[in-house]
Ligand binder design. Structure first.
Ligand code: C5P
Length: 397
């Protein structure tokens, strides 16, 4: 997930370094915004190193003449965690005062906002602070309450920031509860298939598997148990809820997918499966003898079509189509023939879409013929769009 951390000027700021580390270690992308005061309590270098991202403080970036857009940062975030949240920042958040990047981003963020109040006990008890906290909670922001104990001032009382582990756990529990595919099982096919000609040669294609792997990650992020059947790719999975099966040929991908499918709620078939394979595979390397060589090919099993035939009412299948011409008509025909719930169409005509690139531009065509067009996006973002559509399908709700 994309977690945005907002650090305001309190002594507990140093502890946020541990929170950043915990989040990164658990596979999340972390960006940090600091209020100008926060820089006095913990160095931006520490946080930049731990988060693996530049620290955001000002709107204007003098080094490259660029500016930090609070709107883009807000849209990027799946969660915004303001810790420590000082009395001053809480009051400004409650009243919509936006005089630094951290606060403007608070106003523009669409994601859930968490805040961990931290201050001296009398400031914490003050009706003004309590009113700010109440306003934020009533607005739907999630309070990670302060604890009691010894404070930086030497006084004892309530006002200590919740420990980084507690903040981390609050986030984990919140997103666990809100996972849309909890308890669901998903099959994803990804990558190319290689059809051997002889021990050293094969018929293959340029599929990198990046789209399928991004979908597997997103399904797992939404709580599904994922079975990823992949052809030969140079990729790793991150989410521990993804069980990976490496296969080489269309036949192996077919057998593994058929074995897994009966237990599955959702199947996303993004693999670029070879349509034909050599009728026979030579036992030893074919020698360069004659001027021409003919290899007889036969059809491979159509995994999608076979799964479509045994698909039950409560199962969802999503297919892909990469077309060079007559894309729309061909996609609709495939959708019907293979019994898909929807088909994701990517055209080789679109710049930045298709094989071996990090971006994709898709069109989704539904069973009822409705069509949705999407912008060019990174493959993980495209995966989010696809999984969001899957979550809207009736049996999955
Ligand atoms: O290759 P084609 O354009 O027909 O692929 C459309 C869809 O069918 C894709 O989702 C692809 O993964 C799937 N497919 C398959 N087995 C095949 C061929 C295609 O699962 N042999």
């Amino acid at each position: 997930m994309n977690i945005l951390i907002g650090i305001t000027g309190g002594i507990a700021a140093y502890k946020v370094a541990i929170l950043v580390r915990l989040l990164v270690k658990n596979g999340h992308n972390v960006k940090v915004i600091m209020s100008p005061m926060a820089k006095h309590f913990v160095t931006p270098l520490t946080l930049a190193t731990l988060s693996k991202n530049p620290i955001l403080v000002d709107f204007y970036v003098p080094e490259n003449g660029d500016w930090n857009s609070h709107v883009d940062i807000g849209l990027w975030a799946d969660a915004y965690v303001i810790a420590p949240a000082t009395a001053n920042s809480l009051a400004k958040m409650a009243n919509g005062i936006a005089d630094n990047l951290l606060l403007t981003t608070y106003l523009s963020a669409r994601c859930p906002v968490f805040f961990a109040p931290t201050m001296d006990l009398d400031m914490f008890k003050h009706p003004a602070t309590q009113k700010s906290i109440e306003t934020l909670v009533n607005r739907g922001n999630i309070k990670i309450d302060a604890t009691s104990g010894e404070l930086a001032s030497g006084l004892e009382g309530k006002g200590r920031m919740a420990e980084p582990e507690t903040i981390f756990q609050t986030l984990v529990e919140y997103f666990d509860q809100n996972k849309k595919l909890k308890g669901k099982k998903a099959l994803v096919t990804a990558g190319p298939t290689y059809e051997h000609i002889d021990p050293v040669r094969f018929i293959g294609n340029y599929s990198s598997g990046k789209m399928g792997f991004a979908i597997a990650e997103e399904l797992a992020n939404q709580g599904a148990e994922v079975f990823l059947v992949t052809g030969t790719v140079n990729l790793k999975t991150q989410n521990p809820n993804i069980k990976r099966f490496d296969v080489v040929s269309a036949q192996q991908m077919f057998e593994k997918s058929m074995e897994i499918f009966p237990e599955i709620d959702i199947a996303v078939l993004s693999a670029a499966v070879a349509d034909y394979r050599p009728v026979s595979i030579a036992d030893s390397k074919i020698k360069k003898k004659s001027d021409s060589l003919t290899i007889e090919l036969e059809k491979t099993p159509d995994i999608a079509k076979n799964l479509g035939e045994i698909k039950k009412e409560n199962q969802t299948i999503v297919g892909f189509a990469l077309e060079t011409d007559n894309e729309f008509e061909n996609a609709v025909e495939k959708l019907k023939k293979k019994n898909f719930d929807f088909i994701v169409l990517n055209s080789l005509k679109d710049k930045g879409a298709g094989f071996n690139v990090d971006t994709n531009k898709i069109t989704i065509v539904h069973k009822n013929s409705s069509v949705q067009y999407f912008e060019l996006k990174s493959k993980p973002e495209v995966a989010k769009d696809i999984v969001e559509e899957i979550c809207k399908i009736k049996p999955i709700k």
